[in-house]
Design a protein around this ligand. Structure first.
Ligand SMILES: NC(=O)C1=CN([C@@H]2O[C@H](COP(=O)(O)OP(=O)(O)OC[C@H]3O[C@@H](n4cnc5c(N)ncnc54)[C@H](O)[C@@H]3O)[C@@H](O)[C@H]2O)C=CC1
Ligand SMILES: O=C(CO)COP(=O)(O)O
Length: 296
């Protein structure tokens, strides 16, 4: 198998580098140097035929502008989010630099810490090109079952939106609202995600499978999720900046909630849960949000 370069050595970049090393030669790079035998300078990693990029959604446009040079690489995008400043999906950002047939997007339920323990995991590689998705899917190790799909927009929306619903689920848990409320929130969250996806031409299948329901059930039901922990913090009355400092890792649901709010305003799409998450991030009382959702 060819050499794979991983860019971004946060939790997910590190876990993917580890997993992909089972079958491939993998090198990794990041802004900050790491004492790992396969850590290399960015220049060297950019020369790899296959790249896996795990830089968060809010930073990727700037990073591509400053550092990326296209020389025919195929890219697997590992981030899950929508750019808050513009409402752009990752596919729109990447395709300014890379032909769409060279792009693939990774989706599905996958806590990095469990991948690092080689626990069984199932993921979807999404690309408009069956060749590109097939090539990346074949790189994954035996403990990760991969599927392929051409529904790039569905996978992207599902992966990004579930982070916002996970924040809502954390709030629900933090307010001790009970299992009835949690299950209703997750179910209605899935409906909301799917409705939003449909407005962009996504298929329902992506939302009912690993990319949507699978990843939503994972992140909206576990304090292992950073986004869920953001919700727990909001329920305690903390502000988002304090929570982000305490967590110390990326929470894509925050930026994505802002992006969804903008898109909903512009396109007149009804997103009740995401709108309340946005309002809570902006300082609204979670109990008032609950009242507004229930009495709607
Ligand atoms: N941790 C997980 O279990 C999973 C994470 N993801 C997604 O992967 C993406 C990355 O998440 P994590 O690695 O977990 O986050 P993290 O907080 O552990 O690490 C983020 C990484 O991005 C790098 N970074 C941040 N700003 C940058 C910039 N301007 N230029 C270059 N590098 C920059 C940081 O140096 C760090 O290495 C997110 O979109 C997340 O939603 C997806 C699936 C699983
Ligand atoms: O996307 C993830 C698992 O699939 C990780 O979720 P968090 O970013 O909320 O930890």
């Amino acid at each position: 198998m060819g050499k794979i370069g991983v860019i971004g050595a946060g939790k997910w970049g590190e876990a993917l580098s580890y997993a992909l090393s089972e079958k491939n030669e993998v090198i990794i790079t990041s802004r900050t140097s790491r004492p790992w035998p396969n850590f290399r300078a960015l220049d060297e990693v950019l020369k790899c035929e296959y790249l896996v990029i795990a830089i968060p959604a809010q930073q990727i446009a700037q990073w591509l502008k400053e550092h990326f040079v296209f020389s025919g690489q195929k890219i697997l995008v590992a981030a899950k989010g929508i750019e808050a400043s513009s409402g752009r999906f990752l596919n729109d950002i990447y395709k300014e630099y890379v032909p769409e047939e060279n792009l693939a997007f990774l989706s599905g339920p996958s806590f990095a810490v469990e991948v690092m323990k080689k626990l069984p995991t199932a993921l979807v590689v999404n690309s408009l090109s069956k060749d590109t998705s097939g090539e990346f899917a074949a790189f994954f190790p035996s403990f990760i079952r991969t599927y392929t799909s051409e529904d790039v927009i569905g996978a992207e929306i599902a992966g990004a939106y579930k982070n916002v619903i996970a924040i809502a689920a954390g709030i629900c848990e933090g307010l001790s609202l009970g299992h009835n409320a949690a299950a209703s929130l997750i179910a209605r969250g899935l409906v909301e995600m799917e409705r939003f996806g449909r407005a962009y031409g996504a298929t329902q299948e992506s939302f009912l499978g690993l990319s949507g329901a699978g990843d939503l059930f994972l992140t909206a039901s576990s304090s292992m999720s950073r986004n869920y922990r953001v919700g727990l913090g909001l329920a305690q009355g903390k502000d988002k900046d304090t929570i982000c400092i305490e967590i110390g890792e990326v929470s894509e649901g925050i930026g994505t909630a802002y992006a969804l709010h903008e898109i909903a305003q512009e396109r007149g799409i009804y997103l009740p849960i995401a709108s309340e998450v946005y309002a809570i991030l902006e300082g609204k009382s979670p109990r008032q949000s609950l009242k507004d959702l229930i009495e709607r």
